[in-house]
Design a protein around this ligand. Structure first.
Ligand SMILES: NC(=O)c1ccc[n+]([C@@H]2O[C@H](COP(=O)([O-])OP(=O)(O)OC[C@H]3O[C@@H](n4cnc5c(N)ncnc54)[C@H](OP(=O)(O)O)[C@@H]3O)[C@@H](O)[C@H]2O)c1
Length: 307
């Protein structure tokens, strides 16, 4: 509604569309709607779209865990999209890269448990939260008070182990989402312990992943499987085997590096991943799902379906 009437250009300046308020939308004129909105907006308008025979891809978390609604991360379970699916949920921006990496590792050996620690950029919480990091940085250098509005604590020159609300059992909502969504995408109740942190980065989510396999594995097989998994780029140049959030921006791949054996358990592996959260787990997943709905195949993560 805020943007109604503003020009929106798609791909190039020759395709400029004025933004229309959702409440004025006639869904019967639309074949497929892509919702990139908060839960309450998806909850209110998606039933209306479906009633008007419009197919829907939803990026919000509202429908993701509902029984019977496919939760799709195209490189992992894109083959589950059926011709008759009317509504498909796209995954959280951590659950998507995590499930891609775990899916690849599960093809090496069964996973007994995984421990993940996230380092999430401010854009994961929307435009207003990105602006808060910028404003607080400005206030810091101008010796003005740093007032949190979107976040629970100061974000500039700081970090905090809370993404979303803290629940009664002391987990936060993002930790629950990551675990439950990843289990649904992988179609297995793999035990995952998650700690989610918000860091003063604009774009790019990082995850430190520790996996315990139930049997021995070879590092060479791990690397081969990661290399051949669509959506992953293995970074294994000796001495420089990782990427940072700044380096992954505007790229589609989940970059995996810092592979090392965990010496504290029998069959453990530790690794580092980073991905552009505005693409993988957001716009890219949605566009790949759209391609699968239309053509039966995504163009491929190495390509650039979102330009
Ligand atoms: N950011 C990520 O990394 C990420 C990843 C995966 C999923 N998601 C999910 O995607 C959704 C959007 O997140 P975001 O980061 O893009 O948030 P955002 O930057 O805050 O953008 C929200 C969008 O929703 C629109 N909107 C708000 N109220 C509306 C209404 N009543 N009717 C129609 N449109 C309305 C806003 O339009 P105006 O500008 O006109 O107000 C804006 O374009 C959320 O559900 C989020 O959980 C985000």
């Amino acid at each position: 509604k805020n943007s109604a009437g503003k020009p929106l250009s798609v791909r190039d300046k020759q395709h400029i569309h004025p933004v229309q308020a959702l409440e004025d939308c006639d869904f019967s004129q639309i074949d497929i709607a892509l919702f990139a909105t908060e839960n309450n907006v998806s909850k209110e308008y998606i039933p209306c779209a479906l009633e008007n025979h419009c197919r829907v891809i939803d990026s919000s978390s509202f429908y993701r865990l509902q029984e019977g609604i496919p939760l799709i991360v195209p490189p992992v379970n894109g083959d589950q999209i059926k011709q008759h699916d009317r509504l498909i949920a796209a995954a959280n921006c951590l659950a998507s890269p995590l499930s891609i990496v775990l899916s690849s590792l599960m093809s090496v050996a069964p996973i007994r448990r995984a421990v993940v620690t996230t380092f999430q950029s401010t854009s994961g919480a929307g435009k207003g939260s990105m602006d808060e990091l910028e404003q607080q940085t400005h206030s810091y250098f101008n010796q003005q008070p740093l007032i949190p509005r979107y976040f629970p604590r100061q974000i500039a020159f700081n970090l905090f182990p809370q993404v979303g609300e803290i629940l009664e059992d002391n987990f936060c909502t993002e930790e629950v989402k990551i675990v439950k969504e990843t289990q649904k995408i992988l179609n297995t109740p793999i035990p995952i312990l998650a700690t989610t942190t918000r860091v003063p980065v604009f774009i790019g989510h990082s995850i430190a992943i520790v996996v315990e396999f139930s049997e021995n594995f070879s590092m060479q097989t791990i690397k081969e499987k990661l290399r051949s998994m669509p959506g992953i780029r293995l970074v294994d140049h000796h001495g420089s085997d990782y990427l940072t959030p700044v380096e992954c921006q505007n790229q589609n791949d989940v970059f995996v590096g810092r592979l090392r054996r965990d010496p504290t358990v029998s069959h453990g592996l530790s690794l580092w991943t980073v991905s552009d959260n505005l693409r993988r787990g957001a716009a890219l997943d949605t566009v790949e799902i759209l391609q699968l709905m239309l053509n039966g195949s995504a163009e491929g993560s190495g390509q650039n379906p979102i330009g």
